[in-house]
Every structure is written in C-alpha cells, then in structure tokens.
Design a protein around this ligand. Structure first.
Ligand code: GTP
Length: 236
C-alpha cells in the first residue's frame, strides 16, 4: 500500500508579508513541494485555512457579525484558497480534485470520503475545503478529521516555523525546539501546536502530528519519504 499523508497549510502562509490575499509565487512554491511527493508515489490530501481572507473569530469580535456567520465566512475563504491551490497544482501538471464539506456543486465536488479515497488511489491530490462544514471548528480540526477519515499515516502541519519550542523563540534566545511531544503535553496550555479539539482527536486515533517549516525546500519529501523528523517536531 502506498503511503498517504495529509498536509495542512495555514491561509496566512499563502499571502505575502501583509498577511492578506494570495501570492501566486508562494502557491507555485507549495505546488512544487507537493509535486515532489506525488512523484515519489505518495498520496496527498491537503487542507488550507482561510485566515488570509477572513477569520471567523476576528470577524465576529465586535458582535455585529455573529460567530456562526463569521465561521461560515471563514469556511468560504478556505474554498477560495482551495480553488487557487488547485490551479497552481494543475499548472505543475498534477491531477487535483477539490471536495467541499458544504455543497457548492458549480465550484467543486462535495466531500464524500469513499470518492476522496478513490481519487487518492488514482494518484490525484484531494484538497478538502470548507473546514468540517460546521461553525466552532477550526481548519486544524477539519484537517485532523480528514486525515483520520482517509487513513493518513500522519498529519503534517506546514508552518512558517521549524517546529514547537518550549518558549517563544522570537522572545527568548534560549528557546529549545522540542523534537517529540506527547499528546498530553501538547494539550497543556503553554504549548499551542493546534487547538485542543484537534489534538484530542489525533490522540484518540493515534495520528502523529508533524509540525514543520513549509518554506524549507525539500522538507516535506524528506519527512515523508525518509522519515527524517530531525528538522521538525512530532506530537505522538
Ligand atoms: P473518476 O470517477 O475516477 O473518473 O473521477 P473523475 O473525478 O475524473 O470523474 P468525474 O466524472 O466525477 O469528474 C470529472 C470532473 O468533474 C473532475 O474534474 C471533477 O472534479 C469534476 N466534478 C465532479 N463532480 C463535480 C461536482 O459535483 N461539482 C463540480 N464543480 N465539479 C465536479
């Protein structure tokens, strides 16, 4: 059986310095990294956040927009990012299907786990959009859920940092990167790898969470193909 992984990108990662919108040169970089995985016979699911367009919590912060509506707006943002990523991956010659947790059949397929798995088996990349389809859940939780549903061997949280530190590396010179973290430690307040719902779901299903730097060329392939976790942090 081929190896299958789910990679989660934050929406902010797609934007240039100001944190807003979509930078096509970043899309192209990510697509190149993903292409290397596909060329090495690795099956790929992708989840992208929506924070570069809108965040539910922030949209609702002054009470004018209800939290539920803010979260639906955030889910729509993830569909925009998914369609953009689909284009970049196809530009690189890859086969891609977008599946949304909320039906929007003119834009993409609707999420059906059995169909997603068939796409993966045929070598297609599947991008899961619209989060879990429910308010109050993060895209990290959606990514963890999809990873479990498609029987991914790990979830890779591709970030701007190399991993998880014992304290903020931007503030403390002596901050140490943690190579391995238990689910229980990750659930403690001081280490915020993902939100508690995601970590609890990963723990219940023994799904390893790999936190790595997405901007380091070849990093994803090195982690998945060579099982080299030295450059990242693993919660397991
Ligand atoms: P196979 O079943 O393996 O042939 O997969 P396939 O995805 O190539 O076949 P299908 O006929 O289901 O899809 C053909 C194209 O239409 C693909 O690009 C799909 O992403 C797209 N597609 C399928 N269902 C929908 C849908 O409900 N909405 C939208 N917008 N596109 C869809």
């Amino acid at each position: 059986m081929k190896q299958r992984v789910l990679v989660k990108f934050s929406g902010e990662a797609l934007s240039a310095e100001n944190g807003f919108g979509i930078d096509t040169s970043i899309l192209k970089f990510i697509a190149k990294e993903i292409k290397e995985l596909v060329e090495n016979d690795i099956e790929i699911g992708i989840v992208i956040g929506g924070g570069n367009i809108i965040r539910g919590v922030s949209a609702a912060k002054d009470g004018i927009i209800k939290r539920t509506s803010g979260d639906y707006m955030g889910m729509l943002a993830t569909v925009i990012n998914a369609v953009a990523m689909q284009e970049a991956l196809e530009y690189m010659g890859l086969e891609v299907r977008v599946q949304s947790a909320i039906k929007m059949e003119q834009i993409c397929e609707t999420f059906i786990v059995r169909k997603a798995i068939r796409h993966l088996e045929k070598g297609r990349i599947v991008i899961f959009a619209a989060g879990t389809g429910n308010p109050f859940f993060t895209t990290d939780t959606a990514a963890t859920l999809r990873a479990i549903e498609i029987k991914s061997s790990m979830i890779i949280k591709a970030t701007k940092v190399d991993g998880v530190y014992d304290k903020d590396p931007n503030k403390y010179n002596d901050a140490k990167k943690l190579n391995t973290i238990s689910y229980d430690d990750a659930l403690k307040d001081n280490i915020k790898v993902m939100d508690d719902t995601s970590i609890a779901l990963a723990k219940d299903n023994s799904l390893p969470i790999v936190v790595c730097n997405m901007f380091k060329e070849g990093n994803l392939l090195n982690i998945v193909k060579n099982s080299d976790f030295s450059s990242c942090s693993v919660v397991k």
